[in-house]
Design a protein around this ligand. Structure first.
Ligand code: GLU
Length: 441
């Protein structure tokens, strides 16, 4: 059985980038019939907020990415300290004292000499006396001592990977103030929670290398890893700064439908075309990590709109009955209203405008050159209610009276009744009109 986790830090809202990670993990689990854990990486007490936890859960709920269990790292600190003790006992953990400024200076010197800015392990060469002296004046922090060998894994998306551990700094796992860092906490969780598969962004590749060694040092077997490419904007520009405006809650508030979002994100960057899927099971069925490429994936939020429209057009009246009732559409005409309106909305919120038009009538749009014609036509319009033949009957009468035909006949009448040049088939719309300009008030 496969077990996966989605592990956001509750330090902000979920955005389109996180969604990709959550969705990929969820889909491989759904397809294989495994377990999906929501793990909250909340070891940073300053930045982690319960509001974000609630928001993350609400977003996942909306998307239908349900989890089997929630874990919070803040409640597992003892486990991480036990692991730290084990690493210490194994001689793989060492105390360091350099300040950030000192480390920065070292890095600059290395770069100036054309060398990679890898931590030089100076702390390992301290004598006991030097270490005691440093302890008296500063808080030590702890690094994991990497074994300088190649670290290899067969990545589910990137293929075979091989990283020289000597090219990576020994990772800091516990800060001077005692805070356990993600790199260690995640390893302990992945081991103890029996995680079999980790899918995450390509920005974690180096973490993976070090985490594989930490896991092995703790006697564990690393899970399978897959790193998906990072998203860019439509022109290939970095998206990281804009992710704040691409939060799931914003997209939802704009009227993006969840299946549009899920359908796009489950296929974007893969060899499969993006099509609107009916549900998560359909997305899971065709999903395979090895269909995704390593190159950055271009994301254009505009692509969500055609999918949203396609989704809305597929909905039955029963799917939106509540919504229509809330708008005040009488049950008797709600199915007919939905048939007419669904082809003419970008988002469900647009229904309100169409209903207002049916209920109250629109402010007529009348071009000056059509003013006399429209006045004559409206005089020929009987009062509501209208039926399926009303449009034909009226336009026939207007044609006979004025001699106009074709677009010159229909367009001014459409604009007079709806206030706009585009919209539903007028024959279907007329029976829904509760009032029209000629008979208003
Ligand atoms: N909290 C980490 C992040 O959001 C989790 C990374 C992981 O999947 O291990 O980047």
């Amino acid at each position: 059985m496969i077990t996966t986790r989605f592990a956001p830090s509750p330090t902000g809202y979920l955005h389109i980038g996180n969604l990709r990670t959550a969705l990929f993990n969820h889909l491989i689990t759904r397809k294989a019939g495994g377990r999906f854990i929501l793990r909250l990486d909340d070891t940073d007490p300053e930045r982690s907020k319960q509001d974000y936890v609630d928001a993350i859960m609400a977003d996942l709920d909306w998307l239908g990415l349900h989890w089997d269990r929630v874990e919070r790292q803040s409640q597992r600190l003892e486990r991480y300290h036990a692991a730290a003790d084990a690493l210490r006992a194994a001689g793989r953990f060492y105390e360091c004292f350099e300040t950030p400024a000192e480390l920065d200076l070292k890095r600059k010197k290395q770069l100036n000499m054309g060398r990679p800015p890898v931590y030089d392990r100076a702390a390992l060469r301290l004598t006991d006396a030097e270490r005691d002296a440093l302890r008296a004046e500063r808080q030590g922090y702890w690094r994991f001592k990497l074994d300088h060998a190649r670290i290899e894994w067969d990545d589910g998306i990137l293929g075979p990977q091989s990283i020289d551990a000597a090219s990576v700094s020994d990772p800091v796992l516990i800060r001077g103030d005692g805070q356990v860092l993600y790199t260690l906490a995640s390893v302990v969780d992945d081991m103890e929670m029996g995680i079999t598969d980790v899918v995450r962004g390509a920005d974690h590749v180096t973490n993976t290398a070090t985490q594989i060694q930490i896991m092995q040092a703790l006697g564990g077997t690393p899970p399978r890893f897959a790193h998906h490419s990072l998203l860019t904007g439509p022109q290939g520009e970095a998206l990281s700064k804009r992710l704040g405006t691409l939060s799931l809650r914003d997209l939802r508030a704009q009227g993006i439908e969840r299946m549009a979002l899920l359908s796009l994100m489950a296929r974007l960057g893969s060899s499969q075309p993006v099509t609107l899927a009916p549900d998560l099971d359909a997305l899971a069925e065709g999903f395979a990590l090895d269909q995704f490429g390593a190159a950055p994936t271009k994301f254009d939020a505009a692509d969500l709109w055609p999918l949203t429209r396609a989704h809305l057009q597929r909905l039955a009246h029963t799917d939106v009955a509540e919504r229509l009732r809330a708008l005040g559409v009488p049950d008797a005409i709600a199915p007919a209203f939905w048939e007419v309106a669904r082809e003419n909305i970008d988002r469900l919120d647009d229904l309100a405008d169409w209903w207002a038009l049916c209920r109250d009538g629109a402010a007529p749009a009348i071009d000056p050159e059509d003013a006399a014609f429209v006045a004559e036509a409206l005089a020929l319009l009987p009062p509501p209610p209208y039926g399926p033949d009303s449009w034909k009957d009226w336009t026939t009468a207007v044609r006979a009276a004025t001699g106009r035909k074709g677009k010159a006949l229909f367009m001014p009448l459409r604009k007079a009744l709806t206030g706009r040049a585009h919209g539903p088939d007028m024959a279907a719309l007329m029976p829904l009109l509760q009032t029209v300009p000629a008979h208003k008030g």
